[in-house]
Design a protein around this ligand. Structure first.
Ligand code: HEC
Length: 419
């Protein structure tokens, strides 16, 4: 448990700390603590070990980063694979540690990674220099993103669209949108598509990126197909695979939560946990997190009497038509239903399930100068109510992000106990 907390903290520091690679001493300190956490117990403190039971890392060739990454991510002989555990940033830190021999030798010169002369530019100038189309911030947004994003004859609408526009204004430039069609259900934009869009530089940023541990590390060094977007060239079909790259994320700007929805406001009762819905006819959205939580955390009587339905936008229409009285659903799904259906009788309780996902803006790891501009802007917009206003305009029930920023892997234990 402590180790897990430490890991999340560590992930947060790496992801959200002020400029992580500020100076060598700071890099080394992070590299050393990452090494201690994951590797030292087998490879020895400062990589010193007798070389009998495990590999002597001081012998690893300094020019073979690729081989290092492959062995570490996929495992080797008696060494377990670290691919599911390490974040891309952590792998880079470990490589730094190994190639400098635990900080004892200077970093070897590697022309492919040669850094340009020190930049004296301001963060905003650096961020501008990283844009794919100079003078324009290009965002990828889902066409079918409910209250979060939707395309309009001119421009767009929705919370994620508004946030992208506000960030473009921060850079003092226009926003250009690539509207993409997610291959899956609305509100569940598959993470791999986002990685592919960024790696192919279809856009500079993807708002609406849910922060959970897997989404930040799982796809490093794999490939994926691109989703469809309006001006997508024909030769980039599903057989075209993009090499995914490490990504970076901003601080979150909102939180995706689950709440209890009643068929009509007069069914309202005092709810502090899911089991308090007992006595109402419950709807369960099959296969969704909200559905699983309802069955796991509700009472037995509730579960026996529940109506189970396929997930998707029809679910709330079924409630409207009287199939059941109450359900736990994502608040965004409720908002979208209300927006499309002016005469809806559905009502949202104030109760929110504690399990939620913070939403941030994703970009390529190598373009993270943008983050240094966006993070302070996001903090300011939360503080001064701008995000609340943008949410109101989008008919989205706003929730501020909550710590921990990154949701850990969901285990059955979390699903049963987090209530
Ligand atoms: C559970 C013990 C254990 C841990 C923890 C461990 N290793 Fe290893 N590692 C080994 C063993 C054993 C080998 C030798 C594998 C072989 O060649 O059969 C090895 C080999 C290696 C190699 C050489 C692989 C090759 O291709 O020859 C590298 C590089 C390496 N480890 C890096 C790491 C890093 C980085 C970490 C921390 C993320 C780490 N190891 C954590 C046990 C461990």
């Amino acid at each position: 448990m402590i180790a897990r907390t430490a890991r999340i903290l560590c992930a947060m520091l790496v992801l959200f700390g002020a400029p992580v690679f500020a100076d060598d001493a700071a890099i080394f300190k992070k590299a050393e603590s990452t090494y201690k956490m994951f590797c030292a117990h087998c490879h020895g403190p400062k990589m010193v070990n007798p070389g009998t039971s495990s590999f002597d890392l001081r012998k690893w060739p300094k020019d073979n980063k690729e081989g290092f990454a492959t062995s570490v991510l996929k495992g080797k002989g008696d060494m377990p694979a670290w691919g599911d555990i390490l974040l891309p940033e952590e792998l880079d830190l470990l490589w730094h540690y190994v190639k400098t021999r635990a900080g004892k030798e200077p970093e070897p010169f590697d022309s492919s990674q040669a850094v340009p002369p020190p930049q004296k530019d301001t963060p905003i100038e650096q961020a501008k220099a990283q844009l794919k189309t100079p003078g324009t911030l290009t965002a990828c947004l889902a066409k079918n993103g409910g209250v979060m994003s939707s395309r309009r004859a001119t421009g767009g609408a929705g919370m994620d669209y508004e946030v992208a526009a506000a960030l473009a204004a921060e850079l003092d430039m226009p926003l250009d949108v690539r509207w993409f069609e997610s291959e899956q259900e609305e509100e569940s934009t598959p993470i791999r598509e986002i990685y592919a869009l960024l790696a192919y530089e279809v856009c500079d940023i993807v708002p609406g990126f849910a922060l959970y541990e897997t989404s930040l590390s799982a796809f490093y060094q794999t490939r994926a197909a691109l989703p469809r977007w309006d001006t997508k060239p024909d030769h980039l079909g599903m057989e075209f695979q993009v090499d995914l790259e490490p990504i970076s994320v901003t601080d979150p700007y909102a939180r995706m939560e689950m709440g209890v929805v009643y068929r009509t406001a007069d069914l309202d009762r005092s709810i502090e946990k899911i089991a308090d819905m007992e006595g109402l006819k419950i709807g369960v959205e099959q296969g969704t997190l909200a559905g699983v939580l309802t069955l796991r955390q509700g009472t037995e009587a509730m579960a026996l009497d529940a109506v189970t339905l396929n997930p998707g936008p029809d679910f709330l229409w079924e409630m409207e038509q009287g199939s059941f009285d109450a359900a736990l659903v994502t608040v965004g799904a409720y908002d979208f239903h209300k927006k499309q259906n002016f005469i809806s009788t559905l009502a949202l309780d104030e109760y929110r399930h504690p399990l939620g996902f913070n939403i941030s803006v994703a970009m390529l790891g190598r373009k993270k100068a943008m983050r240094d501009v966006f993070d302070p802007a996001i903090a300011r917009m939360i503080e001064d109510g701008t995000l609340q206003d943008l949410a109101d305009k989008s008919q989205y029930t706003y929730a501020k992000p909550r710590q921990p920023w990154v949701q850990a892997h969901l285990t059955m234990q979390t699903i049963i106990s987090m209530r």
